[in-house]
Design a protein around this ligand. Structure first.
Ligand code: NDP
Length: 329
């Protein structure tokens, strides 16, 4: 049996190429569960992998795609039976192990979680790793005691996947959200998602002072670099900054001042190796917090063959919200 997959290859002169290929099932990697994939998504990391813009992929050829939703077709893992609906996020899939931008995947059953009963595969991937990461960020703020009555929450990279879902989830929980974006023309979209106000990301992206006027009760930062440093510097006494991304840069040109003078907490958020119980908690909350209309506002659906061109646009910041890939279209 053969199936369609996106395949990323590296030539001897280290040139990265991505193409749509037909692959025999016997070439699937080792794993105790085989899944027929319904949908995958395009995340920032997939953009890097497909274009070769950063060394996300550890060995070639690689099927990219850090997440998928589908149905189990073979299993020797105790938790999973044929017909089970499952989701996968992270665990190095699409980086070290063949991933979701394909019609089939073979993975470790330890990496899978059950699709929540109130979601279908499409909705789960409309949420995808971006929505799941956004929920981990919101949980990080809540774990540190940040409450809606504490004041404004800043979301950076707001038009991106994680940013869009962060805005929507925070608004659903009653927080007052300020969305920082480089695309002010998309303010109406962010307001519709639940942002109380938008700000130009240029206000945060240049080198700033060690401490600035206290404004944010909490921050979800998708951007890193000066933006994260400035966000920490303007977080209120006792506030929390959840850092998950590096769209501006992986550097953090900050001082310790916000942490030692204002008791600000910098909470790191990782979705790739998060423990299963935390993943299940995040997905349960996502299934009950978000309305289907929210997915529709946030999602663009593409085919597997569109994914190569869309990956380039994603890295240029030209994609709004989420991209769901119908791998069978
Ligand atoms: P997207 O590409 O969808 O969104 C990134 C957003 O960041 C853009 O839409 C843009 O928002 C903003 N942005 C882009 N370039 C710059 C820049 N130079 N300076 C400031 N802002 C910029 O990516 P995702 O939402 O999928 O991911 C966001 C980040 O989170 C990425 O760095 C990704 O690697 C990371 N991530 C981390 C995870 C984890 O487990 N820690 C999991 C998932 C993602 P706007 O146009 O509104 O300004």
């Amino acid at each position: 049996m053969s199936f369609n997959a996106l395949l990323v290859n590296r030539s001897e002169d280290k040139k990265i190429t991505s193409s749509l290929e037909t692959i025999d099932e016997s070439q699937l990697p080792d794993g105790d569960v085989t899944v027929d994939i319904d949908y995958s998504t395009l995340n920032y990391k997939d953009g890097l992998a497909i274009t070769g813009a950063a060394p996300v992929i550890r060995h070639y050829p690689m099927v990219p795609g850090i997440d998928f939703a589908g149905t189990v077709t073979e299993s020797s893992h105790a938790n999973w039976q044929v017909g089970d609906k499952v989701i996968l996020n992270g665990w190095g899939v699409g980086e070290v192990h063949w991933g979701g931008l394909a019609q089939k995947a073979r993975v470790s059953g330890d990496w899978l979680i059950a699709l929540p009963a109130s979601l279908d595969s499409y909705q789960a991937m409309a949420i995808g790793t971006a929505g799941y990461t956004a929920m981990l960020c919101v949980m990080a703020l809540q774990d540190q005691g940040v409450k809606p009555e504490d004041g404004e929450i800043l979301v950076t990279g707001a038009n991106g996947g994680v940013g869009s879902f962060s805005v929507a989830i925070l608004a659903a929980y009653g927080y007052e959200v300020v969305a920082s974006t480089g695309r002010p023309e998309e303010s109406a979209y962010l307001t519709e998602l639940g942002a109380a106000a938008c700000m130009d990301r240029a206000e945060l992206s240049e080198p700033g002072k060690p401490l600035a006027k206290e404004r944010w009760a909490g921050v979800i930062d998708c951007v890193g670099s000066h933006t994260l440093a400035n966000a920490c510097a303007s977080t209120k006494y006792g506030g929390t900054v959840a850092a998950c991304g590096l769209a501006q840069g992986f550097d953090l040109p900050a001082t310790v001042m916000p942490f030692i003078l204002r008791g600000v907490t910098l909470a790191g958020v990782d979705s790739v190796n998060a423990p299963v119980a935390k993943r299940e908690a995040a997905w349960d909350k996502l299934a009950t917090t978000l309305k289907a209309e929210t997915f529709e506002k946030v999602v663009e659906k593409i085919t597997l063959s569109d994914a190569i061109a869309t990956a380039g646009k994603l890295l240029k910041g030209e994609v709004r919200g989420r991209v769901v890939v119908d791998v069978n279209a």
